[in-house]
Design a protein around this ligand. Structure first.
Ligand code: PLP
Length: 396
């Protein structure tokens, strides 16, 4: 049978996160769920806000089924896009409108079509800043691009600007950032965003070609300690925002998000139409209708993130007290822990031997660290401390 070799490779490749998650489930059958400490996957543990289910039920009960389950416009229903625009405007003082938005099946689709819209053979490099979401490389390659990694700034996990400047060249088409960050849990400061914008302006001018900033923001609402997120389009006009409601509303399985092309962007309307075209060519049209209708009515609702904050404090506090070195999370729901002994693959194995399931930072372009997803029950964090103490002692 003739098949595409690259697609076969992708389909057949190991996904360490999923593999660890599946291992946890089978291991729980052997030793009991209460003896497994599964920090492998970023599946929200907080229930969606009550208004979400209630609104869905009302829609199903009161609106004509033929409309509820029907096709919408390819880019999403106009009134829903307008509602999303207005909610952002009220929070961030922006001036978006419906025609800036393309509704998608999650941030995944938004990133894939944004790259599809802007990559061209003569200018096809996409820079990711480690630690980064591994799928960026897959989406870049899918649109004929080359994924270039800027090494991590392991001092504070902001951006190593010297390394970034060295990576930018006339073939650079886009840079993808993700703040609050999966897996490091940090938030890019306003100072970082300003410095990034200044560098991109300078380089775009130097090469006579606008470099696009893709801001991947599924964790935008999950920030702690009153931290404010700089809204990136206000700092750099050539930004495409890729958003997901997966985490803020705890609905990752429902698949809903958007790509946002602001008016300020150079050639904004042509870029937006290219995003529509990429959605069409990749088969990402007409995001789930019931989700569109629901979001149109409740946009702005968020799950109770205080539960994640409590988990952050519990896990960060517990592990640092034992002696582990961790990056203090400012947002998202991941803790990035320095692997003792320096070898993160070995550290993961030693964790696994104690039924602690974590993910090697190498997959995120940051070996020497491991990721713990703390969107879990707090009891599990409490129970896990004995195992972490054993792990720590095993290195002494
Ligand atoms: N980007 C980052 C940084 C993520 O962590 C995730 C999911 O975990 C995604 C994108 C994909 O999100 P979605 O569920 O909306 O496709």
């Amino acid at each position: 049978m003739l098949i595409d070799a690259r697609m076969f490779r992708l389909g057949n490749a190991r996904n360490v996160i999923r593999e660890t998650f599946e291992y946890g489930k089978s291991r729980a059958e052997v030793v009991g769920r209460e003896n497994i400490y599964d920090f492998s996957i970023g599946n929200p543990a907080v229930v969606p806000p009550e208004v979400l289910n209630r609104t869905m039920e009302e829609i199903l009960e009161n609106e004509p089924p033929i409309d509820v389950h029907g096709y919408t416009s390819a880019q999403g229903d106009a009134s829903v896009r307008q509602a999303i625009a207005e909610e952002l405007n009220s929070r961030f003082g922006t001036h978006f409108h419906k025609d800036n938005f393309y509704l998608t099946c999650g941030a995944t689709a938004a990133i894939a079509i944004s790259l599809g819209a802007i990559l061209v053979p003569e200018c096809n490099e996409v820079i990711g800043i480690a630690p980064y979401f591994p799928e960026y490389g897959v989406f870049t390659e899918n649109s004929g691009g080359k994924f270039v990694v800027v090494p991590p700034d392991t001092v504070n996990f902001q951006i190593d600007f010297k390394a970034l400047e060295e990576a930018i060249n006339p073939r650079t088409r886009a840079i993808i950032i993700n703040s609050p960050n999966n897996p490091a849990g940090i938030v890019y400061s306003e100072e970082t965003i300003k410095a990034l914008a200044a560098l991109l302006e300078k380089k775009s001018k130097e090469y006579g070609n606008a470099i696009v900033l893709i801001s991947d923001e599924p964790y935008r609402e999950i920030v702690y300690d009153g931290l404010k997120i700089p809204f990136v389009t206000k700092y750099y006009k050539n930004t495409i925002v890729c958003y997901s409601f997966s985490k803020s509303l705890s609905i990752p399985g429902e698949r809903f998000g958007y790509a946002l092309v602001p008016d300020e962007m150079e050639d904004s309307q042509r870029v937006y139409l290219a995003v529509c075209g990429a959605g069409r060519s990749m088969g990402y049209i007409c995001a789930p209708s019931i989700l569109q209708r629901t979001l149109g009515k409740i946009v702005g609702a968020v799950s109770d993130i205080s539960e994640y904050k409590r988990n952050r404090d519990l896990l960060y506090g517990g592990l640092t007290k034992i002696g582990f070195e961790c990056v203090m999370p400012q947002g998202a729901f991941y803790l990035f822990v320095k692997a003792m002994g320096g070898d993160s693959a070995e550290f993961c194995q030693r964790c696994k031997d104690l039924d602690i399931l974590v993910v090697d930072g190498a997959g995120f372009g940051c070996p020497g660290y491991v990721r713990l997803a703390y969107c879990v029950k707090p009891e599990m964090i409490e129970r896990s401390m004995g195992a972490f103490k054993k792990l720590y002692d095993s290195y002494k």
